[in-house]
Design a protein around this ligand. Structure first.
Ligand code: AMP
Ligand code: ZN
Length: 116
């Protein structure tokens, strides 16, 4: 999608601090990190939300591609042993600000037990 920030990062049009990339998934550091490790994991295909992802015929494949890279990214960021949190903000009240589905991998410090 031409005016989508994460599509532009996926295509290389806009730079990002990329920590993982394959043909279907890209992961890069969040520009406003909330913890020492804050990575955005993004399917390269433009899909607006988690709900839209689930509704697509290829949604399971795309979700699976994201799921499969999480251990490698966690290892690379050295949070595979200590632990981390994975978050998807969906829609306006879910706090989603970029309408291209993505998952926040957050860690590198002790996170509170309360979600928010
Ligand atoms: P969300 O609010 O769940 O849609 O998350 C969007 C995230 O994208 C926020 O945490 C922003 O800090 C982050 N973000 C916005 N612009 C950029 C950018 N150019 N590079 C990396 N992260 C970004
Ligand atoms: Zn997009």
């Amino acid at each position: 999608m031409s005016d989508c920030l994460f599509c532009k990062i996926s295509s290389g049009e806009i730079p990002a601090d990329i920590v993982y990339e394959d043909d279907r998934v890209i992961a890069f550091r969040d520009i406003h990190p909330v913890a020492p490790v804050h990575i955005l994991i993004v399917p390269k295909t433009h899909v607006a939300t988690m709900l839209e992802l689930a509704a697509r015929p290829d949604g399971s494949d795309l979700a699976s591609a994201v799921l499969k890279v999480i251990p490698e990214i966690a290892r690379k960021m050295q949070v595979d042993q200590s632990g981390f949190r994975l978050i998807n903000n969906c829609g306006e009240e879910g706090g989603q600000t970029i309408p291209h589905v993505h998952f926040h991998l957050i860690g590198g410090r002790k996170l509170g037990e309360k979600l928010i």
